[in-house]
Design a protein around this ligand. Sequence first.
Ligand SMILES: [Zn+2]
Length: 319
Amino acid sequence: MAQKVSVDISRRNRGEVLKGAESCPQCSQLLTAEELEENYRVCRHCGHHFRVTARERVAQLADTGTWSEIAANLRSADPLDFFDLRPYPERVEEAEYDTGLPEAMLTGTARIHKMEVVLAVMDFQFLGGSMGSVVGEKFWRAAETAIETRVPLAVVCASGGARMQEGILSLLQMAKTTCAVELMAQVPVPFVSVLTHPTTGGVLASFATLSDVVIAEPGAFLSFAGPRIIEQTIKEKLPEGFGLAESNVEHGQVDMIIPRSELKDRLVQILGMLEGGVACALEPLWEEEESRPGRRGAFAEAIGRIKSLANPSRRPPKR
Ligand SMILES: [Zn+2]
């Protein structure tokens, strides 16, 4: 009798433990939901970085209670009356229901270790993190807030590229977000991007890689197109590890790789150094137009310094 009771309890416990557990795609170890949450959704056995939702990312980066959303009410329209197997608005509605998000990007202001930051975070679960008109507009408004308040912008990317259901309007967002980046550079306002798995297509080819400092998570796939498409186009076999964050660092597309557990601390350090560069660049305040090239120069020097600290092999030659 006693033995039967003990079996029942162990079964119930096992069920509770397995609820929400996930198997690591890299090392096949089973990880409980608690283990994953405690370790920033990184496998404690092999370091594999699991995907995180936009809200989880905000919770990981922002100081508790400091997040305030920007442009929360923007919703996709259907200007092309697009229908593939299903109407586009139906797909958007389903994505909203599945993710609890209004769009593939969350934008807002927050404090990170007490530092004020404008934060834009993409969510791959919302239609593959695709960039349609709303994502472009949200990025624009985040940049606008950064410029108006002179607060740095950090963006965390995860995207399959442009949103095909919005056709050319989606591709236009590449130009629009690129303009927003240029406006930030003119002030200057620091802008840092974090590329997570996967960041591809139109997002990679626009704002994601135009930032002052480009950070990537370990093992993230970052490429304009998938390896199979590239191989079919150039009719050549691609090298092993093509498109991974590590290969992007080697080839200079990405400045540094930061493990998720260190991201909050390192991000604030980098933004702090850039802010320092801005402070030098803005000195003296009373010299306006004629000192503009000098101001840009001091900011560029701060960016160069961060990049060389992250990657000594790319240190600029001494003058
Ligand atoms: Zn693992």
